[in-house]
Design a protein around this ligand. Structure first.
Ligand SMILES: Cc1ncc(COP(=O)(O)O)c(C=O)c1O
Length: 399
């Protein structure tokens, strides 16, 4: 493949790549963790900041509330919801924290999630259980489970004691897509509330959040929709909205959901305000094209990295629509957190940013693909990891 081209995107790739101000010396193969803000979006965000700095009283008192309401409407539309159904939050961590703080579970109630859950969300559930006397139930979902098996596993772990079911739309450590609507139906069959962690969904998947059938859904726009960091969206089902309060008490409290989440002291609202500008910019490339490209490139990257590392294709898994893909390392390689971190740090010295983790005692590379990536990013990654693992393997043998 040519080094500075991307035939998967097409001839205009170099022009499109220029939208991002990412350090060109680095292969940025971990879009999934933090996203990446295009230059024009950063400029638009800074314009909002300049307006704030030029006339604070006008900005905070007269201008920004209306602008936030408009921006929220655009973000809500993007996830398939109405403007009053969605609240801005800074990220999924804060949205999940607000949801669990609003839940009143009985002592002895159970909170069901899986072993694919994101660490910080898991900690939020621990805190919920400590506060209420509820108990965690963590379902073990094998990495290659089918949708039917996943739904059946949730059903096996639910009972009349289940107060809350938490399900990931796209799992972080394992890059799986879970059948959230069917899992929500299972939770409701047992009378439980259902929270969907949709951190990776906006931008990666077309969304119709109200029709998932959940009680709560939280997503990040700063990952796959490329808005500035600090742009999360919280959708709450109608029956919960009246009771839903933000974690932090402020002047918006009396306005109720969703405005109460948006008037939290004095804050920099520029990320939220720049969100619609980002959606327009990426939308001008064509969301279908963006998604199809990211999925095709990540599949190519997965096959390339797997081949370099000698991982058989029978071990590769990819769920339709995802711009993330996993390559599990052979057992014994990077299968502790420290080893995974050492590999990740080594790759930084080669100019490659990537996500390496271990899940269920097995090392894994989580590949991300976005529009600014090109095949040679993953070729560099593949060669670097192959050489590193070969070196650590021989060091192992000498030892
Ligand atoms: C599945 C999942 N949930 C929650 C989060 C937390 O997102 P944030 O750090 O924006 O709060 C992440 C972040 O990567 C994630 O992957």
């Amino acid at each position: 493949m040519p080094k500075n081209a991307n035939p998967i995107w097409g001839d205009d790739w170099q022009d499109v790549r220029r939208l991002w101000i990412l350090d060109p010396a680095v292969a940025h193969c971990n879009h999934g963790s933090y996203g990446a803000v295009p230059g024009p979006v950063l400029a638009a965000q800074n314009e909002f900041r300049a307006r704030m700095a030029a006339h604070p009283q006008r900005w905070f008192y007269r201008e920004s509330p209306g602008l936030v309401t408009e921006a929220r409407g655009e973000v809500a539309r993007f996830v398939g919801a109405g403007p009053e159904e969605v609240a801005f939050v800074t990220n999924v961590s804060s949205g999940v924290s607000a949801v669990v703080q609003n839940l009143a579970l009985e002592p002895g109630a159970e909170v069901v999630s899986t072993n694919h859950i994101y660490g910080a969300v898991s900690t939020a559930l621990d805190r919920l259980c400590t506060r209420t006397g509820a108990t965690r139930v963590v379902a073990d979902v094998p990495i290659d489970s089918t949708d039917e098996e996943i739904v059946a596993i949730f059903a096996e772990h639910c009972s009349e004691r289940t107060g809350l079911v938490v399900v990931d739309q796209v799992t972080s450590p394992t890059a799986r897509r879970f059948p959230i609507a069917a899992v929500a139906a299972v939770g409701h069959r047992f009378g439980a509330a259902v929270l969907v962690d949709g951190a990776h969904a906006p931008g990666m998947l077309p969304l119709d959040v109200p029709n998932i059938g959940a009680d709560f859904w939280v997503g990040n726009l700063h990952k796959w929709a490329c808005t500035p960091p600090g742009t999360g969206a919280l959708w709450v089902a109608p029956q919960w909205r009246e009771r839903m309060v933000p974690l932090i008490v402020s002047w918006g409290e009396m306005d109720g959901y969703p405005t109460s989440f948006e008037r939290i002291g004095t804050d920099d609202l520029s990320a939220w305000l720049a969100a619609p500008i980002t959606l327009d910019l990426l939308g001008s490339l064509g969301w279908d094209r963006v998604r199809a490209h990211n999925e095709a490139l990540v599949l190519w990257a997965q096959a390339t990295v797997a081949e370099a590392l000698g991982v058989p294709s029978s071990e590769l898994h990819h769920d339709a629509g995802l711009s993330l893909a996993l390559v599990r390392l052979p057992p014994g390689q990077a299968d502790t957190r420290e080893q995974a971190q050492a590999l990740q740090e080594h790759m930084v010295t080669l100019g490659v940013e990537m996500a390496v983790g271990c899940w269920n005692g097995r090392g894994a590379i989580r590949l991300s693909a976005y529009v600014y990536n090109r095949p040679s990013d993953y070729e560099r990654l593949a060669v670097g990891v192959r050489d590193y693992l070969a070196g650590s393997k021989s060091a192992f043998c000498e030892w």
